[in-house]
Ligand binder design. Structure first.
Ligand SMILES: [Zn+2]
Length: 75
């Protein structure tokens, strides 16, 4: 069964976050294909602080992980 809007399991997401925190763009833990890396924002919102979001999207299964990198890797 395929759900186009499914998400990673908590374990899969943790693995992706861990790899990304180390500076790598990890492959999709489910498909093994390279994930697309998109950067959203970058301090251009005029909110008075740096807020950068990074988004990893698997082009195959469409699962994605969103990182809020306002400070470090804390979400
Ligand atoms: Zn995938």
């Amino acid at each position: 069964m395929t759900d186009a809007r499914a998400n990673f399991t908590a374990d899969e997401e943790t693995a992706v976050r861990g790899a990304f925190a180390d500076g790598a763009v990890p492959p999709c833990p489910r498909c093994g294909v390279p994930m697309a890396h998109k950067v959203i924002g970058g301090g251009s919102f005029g909110l008075g602080y740096q807020r950068r979001r990074e988004w990893l999207l698997c082009p195959k299964c469409r699962r994605s992980v969103l990182f809020d990198r306002a400070r470090g890797t804390r979400l």
